[in-house]
Design a protein around this ligand. Structure first.
Ligand code: TPP
Ligand code: MG
Length: 450
């Protein structure tokens, strides 16, 4: 039986408590009437009955929403405790994302960047959840979570230098694909391309947090993934670990309707990803991922539960991937343009939040224009600078591949490259031209004595 934790409603929570007590008593009666099982409290029943739903009546798991599509609070909904300054900061961060996406997408199309993924449509899921986390909670992302990292202070310059992999890349110094960010300073673990690997890693990191007296009860590990990634075995491994061993892991699934060209409906036969949470005995909520206030409240409460109980909690944010999967995809090959156009309008996360803010007098047309102009200018300036900066020194490709002292194979590879550069670096044209793109033109390696 599903026990979805009732959010923000003490009345409903009390009612749920009463219902649960009554059910427990009824179950106890049945159990004692027909016998007991050795390793389960499962009530024994003479009814031949199958179940295929986590809700009692077979209906879908509800979706938690605070603001309607026009930004008006729903009747009976409790608004999160967010003041004007915080609300404005959330909105500004949401608006910044599509401005960055527009430019980066075009830059990639001009052949100046290897790869990019946009966040169109998922701004509320990213910013609402990021704002509900503590800045030192460990974050494990998939690749579409730039907004979470930027909420923590990662700047437009940081993003741009990392995407260009230049000598000021604050993440991996050019060792990773664009969008595969990672920085200790913001507790954001480096993205890896193989889907879902971050999920058991997060469950393990959360266990380490639980074992650390300085962090136990204070932090969690939040892991983001798509509904497509949730089809991987790693999703189940992470959920099982976080529920049985018990580790404060906040599972945030962005259900954006697609895994590249595969629609979400082909990823599961059951009721989305949320239906799996109760199977692992973890508190679960489905939330409107286009309602930034609902996402904020759901993730805040999920985080509290997760840390208090030292166990996994699952949040399924329902949203829509408005953009193509990545710059390597043309989504109109598998979905109608009209569907995308409709989804841009209906429940648009940014327009909806703007209407809410304007109704409170917290935002205006003039501020909108100024903020957009400022952001566009900052993104353009960062781009112009990043594209002219040289790539890191060649020797840096060997640095920090492993923690601590370099192992023998790294030393060997470095010596080999140094030898080859001495022999061919100046003489062979492809290498000579390539070396010029790097800071120091490889001289630091060429000059190394064997
Ligand atoms: C193990 C693995 N299989 C396949 C891929 C190729 N791949 C990259 S992204 C992606 C779709 C993921 O969809 P989803 O998890 O829903 O995230 P979204 O892109 O929608 O944000 C696939 C199949 C991969 N990177 N790793
Ligand atoms: Mg998806």
């Amino acid at each position: 039986m599903l026990m979805l934790r009732t959010l923000a409603s003490p009345h409903l929570a009390r009612r749920t408590g009463t219902v649960c007590r009554a059910l427990r008593q009824a179950r106890a009666r049945i159990t004692t009437q027909h016998g007991n099982l050795p390793s389960s409290e499962s009530p024994i029943t003479p009814n031949l009955q199958f179940i295929s739903s986590v809700t009692q009546d077979g209906s879908k798991i509800p979706t938690y929403r605070v603001l309607d599509g026009a930004g008006t609070p729903l009747e009976g909904a409790i608004l999160p405790d967010i003041d004007e300054a915080m609300a404005r900061r959330m909105y500004e961060n949401m608006v910044q994302l599509p401005i960055i996406d527009n430019l980066m997408y075009n830059v990639q199309r001009q052949g100046k960047l290897a790869f990019y993924v946009t966040h169109y449509g998922e701004e509320a899921t990213l910013i609402g959840s990021a704002a509900a986390l503590a800045p030192d909670d460990e974050v494990f992302g998939q690749y579409r979570e730039l907004g979470v990292l930027m909420w923590r202070g990662f700047t437009i310059d940081n993003m741009m230098n990392s995407c260009f992999g230049n000598c000021e890349d604050p993440c991996t110094r050019g060792k990773q694909m664009p969008m595969h960010f990672g920085t200790r300073a913001y507790h954001f673990h480096t993205i890896s391309s193989p889907l879902a690997t971050q999920i058991p890693q997060a469950a393990g990191a959360a266990y380490a947090i639980k074992r650390d007296p300085a962090r136990r009860g204070k932090n969690c590990a939040a892991v983001y993934f798509g509904e497509g990634a949730a089809s991987e075995g790693d999703f189940h491994a992470g959920m099982l670990f976080a529920s049985t061993i018990g580790s404060p892991t906040l599972f945030i699934v962005r259900n954006n309707g697609f895994a590249i060209s595969t629609p979400a409906t082909e990823q599961y036969y059951g009721d989305g990803i949320a239906a799996r949470g109760p199977g692992y005995g973890v508190h679960t909520i489905r939330v409107d991922g286009n309602d930034v206030y609902a996402v904020y409240s759901a993730v805040k409460e999920a985080r509290r539960l997760c840390i208090e109980e030292g166990r996994g909690v699952l949040v399924e944010a329902m949203t829509y991937r408005v953009g193509h999967h990545s710059t390597s995809d043309d989504s109109f090959a598998y979905r109608p343009r009209q569907e995308v156009e409709d989804r841009k309008r209906i429940d648009n996360p940014i327009a909806r939040f703007r209407l809410f803010l304007e109704a409170r007098g917290w935002w205006s047309e003039a501020e909108e224009g100024a903020h957009k102009a400022r952001t566009k200018e900052a993104v353009m300036a960062a781009f112009r600078r990043a594209e002219t900066l040289p790539k890191p020194e060649v020797r840096e490709m060997f640095d920090h591949v492993y923690g601590g002292e370099d192992p023998w194979m790294i030393r060997e590879q470095r010596e080999e490259l140094s030898r080859l550069l001495r022999k061919y670096g100046e003489a062979w044209e492809p290498w000579r031209a390539e070396l010029q793109k790097h800071k120091g033109a490889g001289r630091e390696l060429i000059g190394e004595q064997p």
